[in-house]
Design a protein around this ligand. Structure first.
Ligand code: SF4
Length: 384
């Protein structure tokens, strides 16, 4: 798998604005008021936060990834994104060919904006296509249509993007295995380098959460979810987009560098409202979340004092547990060192006996197909 090792470093930038909130979404999202999105002020706040936090990451290797997530960062003025790329490069360094991703929604960015994003250095788009079935998109409350999805990919290619990731949401109530496979076929027909597939999750504080609380069934039942999951992985593999993580598949060499940082417990700086960062410190690790409210975030960042919602320290034991949990998500498995072996070796042996874990090499633990379906249980037993 290409991309980041555990000693690599990357940067996440959160842009919290969306044209409209999707009814299942629980991300830190703001719908702009009549005055519109404060793009320049938000850019200045992120730049000020970068200036205030860069010192914490001094001495790290140049960043292998810069990821603009949201929200819908493709709505942000490309010149603002360009200014942040330049500032990150000047303050922390970006490796040659660093992955620079912007999340975008089909139907919300035109060809000129894509050309402008490419011109300021963005080299990867993560597209919220979600489905190619108009009825599923309608039920999800999405604004994009299947035609928007196709036009968006065509325009991205024409703008020079050679690395596209397409998202699919699955396990929507009423969606059969055949329906899910039709979506996968539609995605594969567009030749993406990367595909992410997510099960529809119902969060209590969302409109979908309220509907589910009233008894409405919005997600497929567990058996259907498993059938869709397994069929999707097989179809992607057959199409040359190889599953490499629980929810992600890629053409060889196109695995997501940025997400790889999370799965390997590498360090990342987070900028923007509600963004989460992680760094290693002498006693273990440190994680924090920025102020979520965009207005308060900007005010504090512009004053040179980034405001945090929380900051926690993670001791060595917690870091080990998280390393096991995130590393097992990868199809390649979890590289096992002396600390993991000492802490979880006996439990791993029991899971191997039960056919939930394998060790293809003595220094690597990997979920079996059955173990992958029961991942939460396997991780809980491993780290109990
Ligand atoms: S576009 Fe994405 S981030 Fe924005 S509301 Fe919809 S799901 Fe959430």
């Amino acid at each position: 798998m290409s991309g980041a090792g555990a000693d690599a470093f990357g940067i996440y930038v959160h842009y919290p604005y969306c044209a409209q909130r999707c009814p299942y979404c629980d991300f830190n999202v703001v719908q702009p008021g009549p005055e519109g999105r404060p793009d320049d002020r938000y850019r200045d706040a992120v730049l000020a936060e970068l200036a205030a936090r860069a010192e914490d990451y001094a001495g790290r290797p140049a960043a292998v990834s810069l990821y603009f997530g949201g929200g819908t960062p493709a709505l942000w003025a490309p010149r603002a994104i360009g200014a942040i790329i330049e500032a990150v490069s000047a303050r922390l360094g970006l490796t040659a060919g660093a992955e620079i991703t912007v999340e975008a929604n089909p139907g919300e960015l035109d060809a000129a904006r894509m050309v402008a994003l490419r011109a300021v250095g963005v080299n990867r788009l993560s597209l919220g296509t979600q489905s190619f079935d108009a009825e599923v998109l309608r039920r999800l409350g999405r604004r994009n249509t299947p035609d928007d999805n196709r036009r968006c990919v065509d325009a991205a290619r024409a703008a020079g993007f050679e690395n596209l990731s397409l998202d699919l949401i699955q396990a929507v109530a009423g969606q059969s295995v055949e329906d899910a496979l039709a979506d996968v076929a539609a995605v594969l027909a567009l030749g993406p380098e990367h595909v992410s597939t997510y099960e529809l999750t119902i969060h209590p504080q969302t409109p979908f959460g309220a509907r589910a609380a009233r008894g409405e069934v919005l997600t497929a039942d567990e058996d259907a979810q498993v059938a869709v999951y397994e069929a999707t992985r097989s179809a992607l593999r057959a199409g040359g987009v190889l599953p490499y993580e629980i929810s992600n598949a890629a053409r060889p060499g196109r695995e997501a560098v940025h997400n790889g940082l999370y799965w390997r417990m590498a360090e990342y700086l987070a900028l923007g409202a509600g963004a989460h960062g992680f760094r290693r410190v002498a006693t273990g690790g440190e994680r924090w979340e920025n102020e979520r409210h965009a207005g308060r975030y900007m005010e504090a960042a512009l004053a040179g004092r980034p405001r945090e919602r929380f900051r926690e320290t993670l001791d060595a034991e917690t870091l080990l547990e998280e390393r096991a949990m995130t590393g097992l998500r990868l199809d390649a498995g979890l590289p096992v060192d002396a600390a993991l072996e000492a802490a979880y070796g006996a439990a791993a042996a029991r899971l191997v006996e039960r056919g939930l874990l394998t060790w293809p090499e003595p220094t690597r633990w990997r979920l079996t197909e059955r173990g992958r379906l029961l991942m939460n249980q396997v991780v809980a037993e491993l780290t109990a």
